[in-house]
Design a protein around this ligand. Sequence first.
Ligand code: SF4
Ligand code: SF4
Length: 326
Amino acid sequence: MGKPKVAFYWCASCGGCEEAVIDLAEDILTVVDAVDIVFWPVAMDFKKKDVQAMDDGAIAVSFINGAVRTDEQVEMVELLRKKSGLIVAFGACAHIGGIPGLANFSNSKEILNTLYRDLDTVDNKEGVIPQTRTKVKSGEVTLPRFHDTVKTLDQVIDVDYYLPGCAPPPDLIMGAITAILKGELPTKGSVLAPEKSLCDSCRLNKTKPEKLTMKEIKRPHEIKIDPDLCFLAQGLICLGPATRGGCGERCINANMPCRGCFGPVGNVVDHGAKILSSIASILGMEDEETVPEEEVDKLLDGIVDPGGLFYMYSLPSSLLKRKKLD
Ligand code: SF4
Ligand code: SF4
């Protein structure tokens, strides 16, 4: 029996998850030694027809990163599902929608108009926007249809495991690959990361006051951040209390509050709503009845873009999913 076949594929993503595989450094040699990479468009010259020619289930595991929003992406993830024993949603965009998922506050028409017609730097007198079929002298060129809604991978195909993060850190990637190779995987549907919140492992947790009250909300660029004090105690919104740990506190160690790329812990259905309720419980408004309205407004005005902040990574997987379409 040959080595297990592995595929990597990307959909709507920035390419950071592909970089994360490269970031395995010398461990990538262990991976390449243990598996046979049969499809990895960003790095190797395989074609769709190579995958189509494989037997169903021939690929042991496909790691798919990115959210899904075009016909081509739907076609490719459906093909990989058919050809793979296991599908791992790799990274925040495949897992919970990620940054591309913020486009669900808009729709395809608005996005194409902005990009191809409205921006000051656009020179497009005829107002042409990309079409799925365009006649040219030599025939017809086609583009995949650009959908209104960004979807998580499991909203399109059945997913076996999730590797969270923007991007997943090398230790979790290696842990997942090792578990797959040894056949030591947890229950189907598991997120391959700790079942604890980020605060549990954060070095600043000990500086978080027992009873925390936010009297004012500040944004990171507005203050000189103390690197040794919990961000919430400094009036900065940090999504650590409602976010799954396991990233190595990358943002915290870079002196920036967490923005939630690992998604929620456990069975939380709506990451943004969970964060919202955590933050609401510590806003200094317990005696709401007696606090003057203008003070309440001033406090809430500190949250400049609530949708973008609380759902920065998770809008497509939330109960809201998207802004209502016309
Ligand atoms: S709220 Fe943020 S800074 Fe404070 S302990 Fe939790 S993760 Fe760390
Ligand atoms: S601190 Fe938060 S946003 Fe930053 S990498 Fe970790 S989970 Fe993601």
